[in-house]
Structure formats: structure tokens, C-alpha cells
Design a binder for this molecule. Structure first.
Ligand code: MG
Length: 336
């Protein structure tokens, strides 16, 4: 056994390395790492929101492509994105790792450090988790806890026909970033929009300021994050709300890297952006009479653009309108 792998360190030493990196917890964590369980106290009148996600080597990342720090960052970012979609403020996080014995200790440390850095940045300190050895691929699972007042909670099901759909940021970045990595482009040579796309694929940023800000203003009727792509998100909101939807292709905020990709590959930029997963933007449904309150709250989302991309409809179909004709919006990314 090499003396710089997780197997050579042993479980107790690994937990100690996690504890050192996690640092001291904030006041709402009354029992942190080191007991059988953590204790997190919610504020009076708040609901606890809980979500969990798993990243699996070979399915979500490749150890030969993906820096260990990116795995740690993304493992938590995807859960924080779910909290953002519910309008919840992050409060605590858990990290569960299945470790191949030959994983270098330096990779273990980098993964934990990136997870903790993101956790602390959003006030969701790492308060526990689990470590196990595996004979299979590296698995990084996160659980995130948030809190939100019940009347501010945003769900997928609150939309109505006539509601406008607004999208944060730009879509297609993660799909373009993944396509760039798959094409075997040397990441040292990347710059500009392509480098940004790879960064967004590997280290997505949960839109927490926007999600909690709009929830606080109670300006949206429904919200979802784009973990599995825009097509899937629109479908999920429409289905949960009992509506259809029309998305306007010309209105979509496409990341510049997806246009570059489409030109190079003679592909369909809008299609890739719509069906590609992992952008982790937020999609909101907004009543027309709430538009002004929504846009006011949105302006405080730290400079993140919000784009009107279509609306919910009484007809049950979920459509993409482009060049004056309507086509089915199609499906997003599916895992199976
Ligand atoms: Mg989600």
C-alpha cells in the first residue's frame, strides 16, 4: 500500500482530517462533528428543508478529467441549488464518501476542502457524514439542510395558466463545458467562454441569493432548479401545476460557449442548451400582477440577469415556439 492513500491513513485519521478542515460551527449548530449526530436549531416559525444528492465516478465525473476539488464543490452545490429553488437559507450540510482504497490522500483533502469552502461560504457548515471504503467507484454524497418560513416556501406546483416564466443567468454552459472536455481539449489551452463553460460544468454556483430573495418577496408562484435541463424543468413545473407551457426559442439566454459549439459541430445551439443538464439556474413562474415585485426583488440578485422565456398555458402541451411554428419542447436529461 502506498503511504499517501486514504487506505494508509485509516478511518479515524480521515475523520480527523475532515474535522480540522470543517472548522468551528456557527451558533445554530449546537452539536457539531464529534458526537453520534449533529444538532441544528431552526429559527422560530421556520420549516426545515432537506435535500440529498450523489455524484458517482464514471457517471457524473471522471477521476482522470475532474479535479478532486471540483468533485467536492459540485457534490454540495447541487444540493444547495435545491435549497435555492425552495427559497430556503442553507443551515448545515453532511458529506458521505465511498472511497476506493487507492485514492490519494491529497485528493481526499482537496475534495473535503472544496466542500467545506462552499459550505462555509453559504452558512451551511459541514456537521457530519459518513466514510466507507468501496471496491467500486468513488462516490460523493451530500445532504443539505435549509430553513424557510412556511409562507415563503416556493414549490413547483404553484403555477397557473398565464404565469410568466423567468430564468436566471444563461443556459447551455454546462453542456458546452462537458462537450469541450469530451472532445479531449487540453484544459490548459482553454480561455474565455470555453473556460467559463468548463468551470460552470465542474463548479456550478447555486443561485441562492436569487432564490431566497425572491422567496422573501413572495413574488414567484413556483420555482425549480435546472439540474436536468430547461426542458425537464419546464415540464416539471407545468405537470406539478396542472398547466401546459410555451417557451420562446428567440428569448432563451444561451451561453456564448454553446453558440461556439454549435458553429463548430454544425449542431443546434438552442436544442443543446434546452436538453443539456446541470446548468443549476432557477426557473420561476410569476403571476403577471406580481411582475413588478418580482423584477424589483430580482434586481437585488447580485447582478444575475433574469429573462422572460415564455409562459404557462391552459392547454396541456409543453411547446417550443421558434420561427413562427410550435414544436414539442422535448425531454431533458434522463438518468436511465
Ligand atoms: Mg432540484
Amino acid at each position: 500500500v502506498r503511504n499517501d492513500t486514504v487506505a494508509s491513513a485509516g478511518e479515524h485519521a480521515l475523520i480527523e482530517r475532515v474535522r480540522e478542515r470543517a472548522g468551528a460551527p456557527p451558533v445554530w449548530v449546537t452539536v457539531g462533528i464529534g458526537d453520534d449526530a449533529a444538532v441544528v436549531e431552526p429559527e422560530r416559525g421556520a420549516s426545515i428543508v432537506v435535500t440529498t444528492d450523489t455524484l458517482v465516478e464514471g457517471v457524473h465525473f471522471r477521476r482522470d478529467w475532474t479535479p478532486a476539488g471540483a468533485v467536492g464543490h459540485k457534490a454540495l452545490a447541487v444540493s444547495l441549488s435545491d435549497l435555492a429553488a425552495m427559497g430556503a437559507t442553507p443551515r448545515a450540510s453532511l458529506l458521505s464518501l465511498a472511497l476506493p482504497a487507492d485514492l490519494p490522500l491529497a485528493d481526499f483533502d482537496a475534495l473535503v476542502e472544496a466542500f467545506v469552502a462552499l459550505a462555509n461560504r453559504w452558512g451551511a457548515p459541514l456537521v457530519g457524514g459518513n466514510l466507507t471504503r468501496t471496491t467500486g467507484p468513488l462516490v460523493a454524497g451530500s445532504t443539505a439542510f435549509g430553513s424557510v418560513r412556511a409562507r415563503r416556501l416556493m414549490r413547483r406546483s404553484g403555477g397557473r395558466p398565464g404565469d410568466e416564466m423567468y430564468l436566471t443567468g444563461a443556459i447551455g454552459a454546462a453542456a458546452a463545458g462537458l462537450a469541450t472536455l469530451q472532445a479531449g481539449v487540453d484544459r490548459a489551452t482553454l480561455s474565455g467562454n470555453e473556460a467559463d463553460a468548463v468551470q460552470r460544468y465542474e463548479r456550478p454556483e447555486a443561485r441562492l441569493r436569487c432564490g431566497t430573495g425572491i422567496a422573501r418577496a413572495r413574488a414567484a408562484s413556483a420555482c425549480i432548479d435546472l439540474s436536468d435541463g430547461l426542458a425537464d424543468a419546464v415540464r416539471q413545473i407545468a405537470q406539478a401545476s396542472g398547466t401546459g407551457a410555451v417557451v420562446l426559442a428567440d428569448a432563451l439566454p444561451l451561453h456564448p460557449a454553446v453558440r461556439t459549439w454549435a458553429e463548430r459541430e454544425h449542431g443546434d445551439a438552442a436544442r443543446l442548451a434546452i436538453t443539456g443538464g446541470e446548468d443549476y439556474e432557477l426557473l420561476f413562474a410569476v403571476r403577471p400582477r406580481q411582475r413588478r415585485a418580482f423584477l424589483t426583488a430580482a434586481r437585488r440578485c447580485s447582478g444575475l440577469p433574469l429573462t422572460l422565456i415564455g409562459k404557462l398555458t391552459a392547454e396541456p402541451e409543453v411547446l417550443l415556439e421558434r420561427n413562427g411554428t410550435a414544436e414539442p419542447l422535448g425531454a431533458g436529461f434522463t438518468h436511465f
